[in-house]
Design a protein around this ligand. Sequence first.
Ligand SMILES: Nc1nc2c(ncn2[C@@H]2O[C@H](COP(=O)(O)OP(=O)(O)O)[C@@H](O)[C@H]2O)c(=O)[nH]1
Ligand SMILES: [Mg+2]
Length: 313
Amino acid sequence: MADEEKGGLWKRLKAGLSRTREQLATGIGNLLLGAKAIDAAVLDDLETALLSTDVGMDTVLEVMDQLTQRVKRKELNDTVALHHALREVLRQRLAPFEKPFPIDHSKRPFVIFVVGVNGAGKTTTIGKLAHRFKSEGRAVLLAAGDTFRAAAVEQLQAWGERNGVPVISQPQGADSASVIFDAVQAARARGVDVVIADTAGRLQAKQNLMEELAKIRRVVSRQIPEAPHETLLVLDGGVGQNALSQVKEFDHAVGLTGLVVTKLDGTAKAGVLFAVTRVSGKPVYFIGVGEGTEDLEDFSADKFVDALLPAQP
Ligand SMILES: Nc1nc2c(ncn2[C@@H]2O[C@H](COP(=O)(O)OP(=O)(O)O)[C@@H](O)[C@H]2O)c(=O)[nH]1
Ligand SMILES: [Mg+2]
């Protein structure tokens, strides 16, 4: 990757996480004023600031415990050292959840399911992924599996047109499983590399979304036994602890292989990544930091934490 491009990605990530970073900076201002003694007030402020960005109670208590032990052992002697240690501890927490997205070239088509509640950012993420895979030289095909809303089909078609990627769709109200079945069939016939399937985030009250998603899975696995090869849950990074129940429910229904956390640019609570990874144990493959085609980044624990934490002056 060119340095310039790396710089651009870093800038976008930093800008995207600015609201959360500012939230932390307000809470831990006294940590950032140069070297000072660490007292109870400094530690209390840090704990409160982490909680305010939705890092989650369990993680915050463990992080504070680790840091307090080190203060007691006189390994951390001032606020500059504490700030460094915080960065290290947070990086270590997220590192196990950083994994490159594993597209297997021998599996063709490689089938990706994208699930999540309405408004989470599924269709937008699919558009961004289509752009990315296409620019990597892969043949991509999209399946408009959110047949519940007409607008959802049109939105996916628009992303397809923008990126020169075909979209398999049927009119609103069609059976979602049959749209995705058709798409996989078309992909096999055309020698497509990657199929990305959009799905509904909500159905009529009486229908059960989770049952429907499980059915789609079964239908596709009849065509290709290992498919879907990846099942991604898209989570709106701004919904707070609600994300935790979404992870559990979708994982139970369809067996998630990874997460995408979107809208980190619009929230002061990007700390939710710590909570969702802790609860799910799933890797975060991508993060969304804006509505544009390029605003999807590979998740990097180090870069995420660096962009999250305010710098020492
Ligand atoms: N700011 C921002 N907006 C996003 C991001 N991802 C999606 N959106 C917006 O969130 C809204 C819902 O996205 P959509 O893809 O339609 O969600 P879906 O219902 O899950 O398919 C749209 O207005 C998107 O432009 C993101 O990373 N950042
Ligand atoms: Mg959608």
